[in-house]
Design a protein. Structure first.
Length: 504
């Protein structure tokens, strides 16, 4: 087997704010705190802020959803966008995110973005039938802003940083249509979502039919937004070093591993950080009591408050297992179901927050009904509760079958809630298994499954419970190891800055 090639670490040449003079356009379909459905929003909210702190002149481009337009400060119109697919015209708005002062440009188009529902689907969970147009326009606008026809007179990007399939057509538009000297980067957050649409959209979106081929954006007779991004971008990044390798294999490449292999030496894996102003047990306003690695006693009060809030038995000694997740096959929580009753009968409790596949929601709700006082299941998403579960639980269950990076295991580390994970993607890059060697060298910060199976998950949880119940000193060291790590965006932002510099 030919060894997979991954771009070697790039050394940061300059860390001073004044050393990077290029302008960066960061394009994303969701940005926290403006709008969020998952981890992409967290990255898109935190990374630009961290880069701005390094002196990068960065602006975010996002669709003008109602919640975005309502939350931006100092919102003003800065130009009209013309020659767009189907809708022809849209207004470009400029505002700032209040807490970070990062500048955001929003595409105001009532027909495309000002609807009830989420960014990708309606109030019933059905995907918008014109998503190809909605995100095709986002991609087109990003390309226009980088080219000679930009309506902006005072700001034009040198680098366009695209994120996932929703922005995947941007590099194609830049290379094939717009007169631009800017460089395009695409960050791959999850290869499972590729933005594939019927071939009719090629003409509708104004793309050249000559590029609807294998060496372009054609994928099994469909238009693939993500393939377009991978094929035409000047650089590719993923959200963890391990995922950069995994996506070049059939198991994780979702049909695009061949293309990714041809660009293997150009793929840069950069592990995500977390927003430490939002996720920090020392200052978290969602908690009844703050705590730290050196003063961890407050975590017990948070656990007690969480048990009371969720209707769980107020038992300080009961190991409280936490889950905050989408309930999907990818996340592997179906592996927990066969083990759950055994773990509950052994004295554990479960606090679950999430939503997803109906069969998984129903299965966990049934377990909750059968085990009052021992299981709490909250369907949906609740930001304060997610912080409280992460802080109040004793261990965090995250047996993902694949996980490009994952943020929740990083939150678990920060909050002294050791993660129990599968060795994949960012989980493998951030969680160090507890064993004799890692206990001795004080690097252990969690527990890693031997394989992806219900039996392996149970064995891993039982290992954690053994330490939790019998080895208090070791458990405290595991917590301290995780909480003492620098999990902020500082290091990751420097790596992105180096990637930008490599294109200059």
């Amino acid at each position: 087997m030919t060894p997979l090639k991954v771009l070697a670490p790039i050394k940061v040449k300059y860390a001073e704010k004044v050393m990077f003079t290029k302008k960066v356009l960061f394009v994303s379909s969701e940005v926290f705190p403006l709008i969020k459905t998952g981890g992409l929003a967290d990255v898109s909210g935190s990374l630009p802020s961290a880069l701005q702190n390094l002196g990068v002149d960065i602006r975010i481009l996002i669709p003008g959803y109602p919640t975005v337009l309502n939350q931006l400060s100092d919102l003003q119109s800065i130009g009209m966008l013309n020659n767009l697919p189907v809708i022809e015209h849209a207004e470009l708005m400029l505002g700032t995110i209040k807490d970070t002062q990062v500048k955001v440009m929003a595409i105001k188009s009532a027909s495309l973005y000002e609807r009830d529902g989420g960014p990708y689907s309606d109030v019933h969970g059905e995907e918008w039938p014109d998503n190809a147009l909605r995100f095709g326009v986002l991609s087109k606008v990003a390309a226009i802003l980088s080219g000679a026809q930009t309506p902006l007179q005072d700001w034009q990007p040198d680098i366009v940083h695209c994120n996932d399939w929703q922005t995947g057509l941007t590099p194609a538009y830049m290379k094939l249509q717009e007169n631009t000297e800017a460089k395009a980067i695409i960050s791959l957050h999850n290869m499972a979502f590729q933005g594939c649409f019927p071939s009719e959209w090629v003409a509708t979106l104004g793309l050249p039919a000559s590029s609807f081929i294998m060496e372009g954006f054609e994928y099994h007779g469909q238009l693939s937004f993500l393939k377009a991004g991978i094929y035409y971008a000047d650089a590719i990044s993923t959200v963890s070093p391990s995922y950069a390798k995994e996506i070049q294999t059939a198991e994780f490449g979702f049909g695009l591993e061949g293309l990714l292999k041809t660009r293997g030496s150009e793929i840069k894996g950069i592990l995500n950080g977390i927003e430490t102003d939002e996720w920090n047990p020392e200052i978290d306003t969602h908690l009844i009591k703050t705590f730290s690695a050196s003063k961890i006693a407050g975590k017990k009060q948070v656990k007690s408050a969480l048990q009371k809030k969720l209707g769980l038995n107020n038992d300080a000694n009961a190991p409280l297992l936490g889950v905050v997740s989408r309930l999907t096959h990818q996340k592997g929580l179906d592996l927990l179901l066969p083990n759950m009753q055994y773990l509950l009968d052994a004295g554990c409790q479960l606090a679950l927050l999430g939503s997803g596949e109906n069969v998984l929601e129903s299965a966990f709700l049934t377990i909750a009904d059968q085990n009052p006082g021992r299981v709490s299941v909250t369907i949906g998403y609740n930001e304060p509760l997610s912080h409280q579960v992460m802080a109040g639980c004793d261990m965090f269950i995250m047996p993902s079958r694949f996980e490009p990076c994952g943020l929740n295991q990083l939150y678990g580390l920060a909050y002294g809630t050791p993660p129990i994970v599968n060795a994949t993607g960012g989980l493998a890059d951030s969680v160090i298994d507890t064993n004799r060697i890692t206990i001795k060298d004080k690097t252990a910060n969690g527990f890693v499954m031997a394989e992806v199976s219900a039996e392996a998950l149970l064995a891993c949880i039982l290992r954690a419970l053994e330490v939790f119940n019998d080895e208090t000193k070791i458990w405290r060291q595991i917590q301290k190891n995780g909480m003492s790590q620098n999990l902020s965006w500082d290091k990751s932002a420097l790596e992105y800055l180096a990637l930008y510099q490599s294109l200059s």
